[in-house]
Ligand binder design. Structure first.
Ligand code: MEV
Length: 311
């Protein structure tokens, strides 16, 4: 059995602003999707979903991926596929991209193919494109390469930077599912109505990303956290937040986070906080009492890789 894992991601800055050509900053986090392949009769089994039926929506992603591998590397022997993911689905953490990337690496390894990381990213992105509406590619890039990714207008730059060791992200799930497309449309409509006011908000969003990169370079975590909270304020002003997101942002700051913001489309999904490891554990207990599930995650700077199978 050949197994590979790929990390999830969070957007540290810039969601919604990217839609209008501004930059964003994403970070891969140590929460993983694992994919294993083993010779078999073509069954796909997910620990979370059970057997993935041939005509299901989920199966479409796997078929697209197997097709993309076939086009580049020729016919595949018959495999069974096992997926086991700790990444919450439909929360903005890129669970689908992480599964695609991990599975691509496992398949190419099992085939004995000659490949590099860029081959994995391209194949996984192709599969994602066929099942998701216009994916930006940030999720597959982060799942493949790990680390910090700056992106603007379709161009990606992996930053050779790290957060200090004792700093974690607490990722809180609001438990509210929302349609990304709907929030994006509403934000764009509001920004159109606001005119010049929106221009200022969007330029501030851009300045925040540039300053955030500098604050990571200089290990100024207090400033980095403050920039996250300001970014949340800007997203709030554009209508991307809701009561749960705001409640969690306030709670995290009261619980010692350096800063906090919604991450992804907003109006639900996840809220992130930049926090010391010690404060994170206490914060997690309190959030649990408030009814919110959370994950304490450190960055992943490695990206996709093979792991020992448990069998
Ligand atoms: C959603 O994760 C991020 C948004 O900026 C939408 C997008 O970039 O496609 C809200």
């Amino acid at each position: 059995m050949i197994c590979s894992i790929a990390p999830a991601k969070v957007l540290l800055f810039g969601e919604h602003f990217v839609v209008r050509g501004k930059p964003a900053l994403g970070l891969a986090v140590a929460v993983y999707a694992k994919a294993c392949v083993h010779s078999g009769s073509g069954k796909i089994f997910s620990r979370q979903l059970g057997i993935v039926e041939k005509d299901s929506k989920k199966h479409a992603l796997f078929s697209a991926l197997i097709n993309a591998v076939y086009e580049r590397y020729g016919p595949l022997p018959s495999f069974d596929i096992y997926i086991d993911s700790d990444i919450p689905m439909a929360s903005g953490m890129g669970s689908s991209a992480s599964i695609s990337v991990a599975l691509t690496q496992a398949l190419l390894t099992a085939l004995g193919a000659d490949f590099n990381r860029e081959d994995i990213r391209i194949i996984a992105h192709e599969a994602e494109k066929s099942v998701h509406y216009k994916p930006s590619g940030v999720d597959t890039s982060l799942a493949t390469y790990g680390g910090l990714l700056y992106y603007k207008q379709g161009l990606f730059r992996r930053l050779n930077l790290k957060l200090p060791e004792n700093i974690a992200l607490i990722i809180v799930n609001t438990g509210i599912e929302r349609s990304t497309g709907e929030v994006v449309r509403d934000v764009l409509n509001r920004s159109e109505r606001l005119g010049i006011i929106a221009e200022h908000i969007y330029s501030a969003g851009e300045n925040i990303v540039e300053k955030a990169v500098k604050s990571i370079e200089s290990e100024d975590i207090v400033l980095l956290g403050e920039l996250m909270t300001v970014n949340h304020g800007l997203l709030w002003s554009l209508g991307a937040s809701n009561k749960s997101c705001d409640e969690i942002v306030y709670a995290l700051i009261n619980l010692g986070a350096y800063g906090s913001k919604l991450s992804g489309a907003g109006r639900g999904g996840i809220v992130i906080g930049l926090i010391s490891m010690e404060s994170a554990k206490v914060a997690q207990r309190t959030l649990n009492e408030m009814g919110y599930k959370s994950i304490i995650a450190t960055p992943d700077y490695i990206g996709v890789r093979n792991v020992q199978s448990e069998e």
